[in-house]
Write a protein that binds this ligand. Structure first.
Ligand code: ZN
Length: 180
């Protein structure tokens, strides 16, 4: 269900989370389709190459890298283009939207009711290996401090708390594990 097919229900503005963000122009009820994630359709092979290139670039520039979305087993969508405002949606540890694949297209859908002027966010779903490269500044009460997918936050938290290791040491350990 699109909220209003005639007109956008969102706008782009400066964000307290990171650079620019996407905000609700009106009240958006739960399960509404907010914006399509538009981009170039690329093969998995191309996708992996681009992701590697960006990971390096993003680390140098402190930019977000979550521009590639999985469409299906064969193709991904590369949303890194001006025509795709959804690329500006920020991560939050307490997100109010999620990406959903519908008939060969990707949509950002409201997970709960979103108030007018509220920033629209979703979980970037980054693996924990590179947590140090992606600090989170989402400001939610349960902010994890790093952009890490939800199902890995507990484990990482345990690793950070349980030992006298520094975050740098935990990061080195995770990277080593991931390369085995
Ligand atoms: Zn956060």
């Amino acid at each position: 269900m699109a909220v209003n097919s005639e007109e956008d229900v969102f706008f782009v503005s400066d964000s307290g989370i990171h650079q620019r963000g996407v905000f609700a122009k009106c009240f958006i009820p739960r399960e509404s389709y907010i914006v399509e994630y538009i981009g170039e359709r690329i093969t998995k092979e191309e996708s992996i190459q681009r992701a590697l290139d960006w990971e390096k670039y993003a680390r140098e520039q402190d930019k977000g890298v979550v521009y590639i979305f999985e469409l299906n087993d064969e193709y991904d969508i590369d949303g890194n283009n001006e025509e795709n405002p959804a690329r500006l949606i920020n991560h939050s540890c307490k997100e109010n939207a999620e990406s959903v694949v519908v008939d060969d297209s990707i949509w950002i859908v409201a997970k709960r009711d979103i108030e007018e002027q509220e920033e629209i966010t979703f979980d970037y779903g980054y693996d924990m290996e590179h947590f140090l490269d992606h600090k989170c500044n989402c400001g939610s009460g349960n902010c994890f401090g790093y952009i890490v997918r939800r199902d890995q936050r507990k484990k990482l938290k345990r690793m950070l708390n349980a030992s006298k290791r520094t975050a740098q040491q935990v990061s080195a350990l995770l990277l080593k594990e991931s390369q085995v």
